[in-house]
Design a protein around this ligand. Structure first.
Ligand code: GDP
Length: 439
């Protein structure tokens, strides 16, 4: 999710633009110590894309405050967080000494920059905006934040500076990609066949390399499902039996390409180190996970075993307590539609968005219960949290310094988000973003 920062000397109308774009959905205010000035975080949407907006100038737009070290520091900080910087000037005032100082700072940064001449309510003022060329920043975009003029052009200009990520195009395809993974001999081919049914001719094998991945696409409950690398499943079952290392690599490829992984394990020999390893990879790749406890027909005492296996699963997959589980028997066959239902359920969860206000309320409570970690005299400060993406659900936490957010605190926040919003069946991603670039 791209971050746009508004900078400029006081009184040019930064908060007017912030309010125009974000409206009443302001989510968080950061108090800057020792000042009456605050930094605001909010969000806006333009042409199906969402952005985070930072207003560095804050609420105090009164008076002709000189270009202070404080303003300077705020601009530098904004530069570090932003993907695009809006440098705002006042079209009615012309170029001031303070504008020149801001321009000086901005020219030293490599961040994409737009010069925005505000208060351009009439033609004469638009004309006056021409004088801003002398700042050496480029063409001024004239707007009236207050009257809502020129805002669309400004947003289009922002959009061109933030290249679309490949993910967005992939996501447009409304298809659920499922990988069936696990050790050799656990019953992956059998499950594949049970899912697809005998009569269906599904795979047309491409001769040649063993690494050709062939997918099977079919519809289920009005959804298009893609089973990933079905050729790999069959071939591994028949030819490469026992070649564990190769099968792990092939599993990883399939997991990388999927939305949801179905991990097949043997109910009568569950959670070997290898099974746990593959589950760990699913978690690391931030995918959905459904565990199929297969060969259920070989379990002597199903009722007693079910409880035991549930406990065992929780213990072995401690890192993924959110994983869904199904008891299956590929030969009977049993549990097949349910297996796909669970995979779809996990996929649904991956598409879910939670409201920003609620999210920040949860995080504030979490911080009240456990104050953020300190290192020496420095303490982690959490400013704002937003869900930037779905599939996988991705949360961005804006902080003063990501280095201060050590592993256990990250886990803590992730657990709090889960506690409040669930997301059963899928891994989620929590990214910390601050002044030093880190994910
Ligand atoms: P893959 O290597 O994971 O694809 O495993 P296969 O599908 O080739 O299955 C390995 C063996 O386990 C075969 O002999 C299957 O018939 C058998 N098998 C698979 N699923 C089940 C099941 O649910 N119950 C029983 N009893 N045997 C199964």
């Amino acid at each position: 999710m791209p971050v746009v920062a508004i900078v400029g000397r006081p009184n040019v109308g930064k908060s007017a633009l912030f309010n125009r774009l974000v409206g009443s959905r302001v989510a968080l205010v950061e108090d800057l110590p020792g000042t009456t000035r605050d930094r605001l975080y909010g969000e806006f949407e333009w042409r199906e894309r969402r952005y985070v907006l930072i207003d560095t100038g804050g609420l105090d737009e009164s008076g002709e405050i000189a270009f202070s070290p404080l303003v300077r520091q705020q601009i530098l900080e904004a530069l570090q967080q932003a993907d695009v910087v809006l440098f705002m000037v006042d079209a009615t005032a012309g170029v001031t000494a303070a504008d020149e100082e801001v321009a000086d700072l901005l020219r030293r940064s490599s961040k994409p920059l737009l010069l925005v001449a505000n208060k351009a309510d009439n033609a004469a003022r638009e004309q006056a905006a021409v004088s801003f060329y002398e700042l050496g920043i480029g063409d001024p975009i004239t707007v009236s934040a207050y009257h809502g003029l020129g805002i669309g052009d400004l947003l289009d200009a922002i959009a061109t500076l933030v290249p679309a990520t490949g993910d967005e195009t992939v996501q447009a395809v409304d298809e659920v990609r499922i990988a069936i993974v696990g050790r050799p001999n656990v019953g992956k081919s059998a499950i594949l066949n049970a899912i697809l049914g005998e009569e269906r001719v599904i795979v047309s094998e491409v001769p040649g390399t063993t690494r050709d991945a062939i997918d099977t696409v079919f519809s289920f409950h009005d959804r298009q499902l893609r089973l990933i690398d079905t050729a790999g499943i069959r071939r591994r079952g028949k030819v490469e039996r026992g070649v564990e290392k190769h099968s792990v690599m092939r599993s990883q490829d399939a997991i990388d390409r999927c939305d949801v992984a179905i991990l097949v394990v043997e109910a009568n020999n569950p959670f070997t180190a290898q099974d746990v390893h593959v589950a760990g990879y699913v978690d690391k790749a931030v995918k959905g996970l459904v565990v199929a406890l297969n060969k259920w027909d070989l379990v002597a005492n199903p009722e007693g075993e079910a409880t035991h296996l549930l406990k065992l699963t929780k213990a072995k997959l401690r890192f993924a307590p959110w994983a869904l589980m199904a008891y299956t028997s590929a030969l009977t066959p049993r549990g097949m539609p349910r297996l796909l239902d669970l995979a779809l359920e996990a996929h649904e969860e991956r598409q879910r968005r939670v409201p920003t206000a609620g999210l920040n309320a949860v995080i504030r409570q979490a911080l009240a219960k456990h104050s953020p970690p300190t290192e020496g005299k420095r303490q982690l400060k959490v400013f704002y949290v937003t869900q930037a993406e779905v599939n996988p659900p991705t949360f961005v936490v804006f902080v003063n310094d990501p280095d201060l957010a050590h592993f256990s605190f990250r886990r803590y926040l992730e657990n709090q988000i889960r506690g409040a919003f669930g997301f059963p069946g899928t891994a989620i991603r929590v990214i910390f973003r601050g002044r030093s670039e880190e994910t």
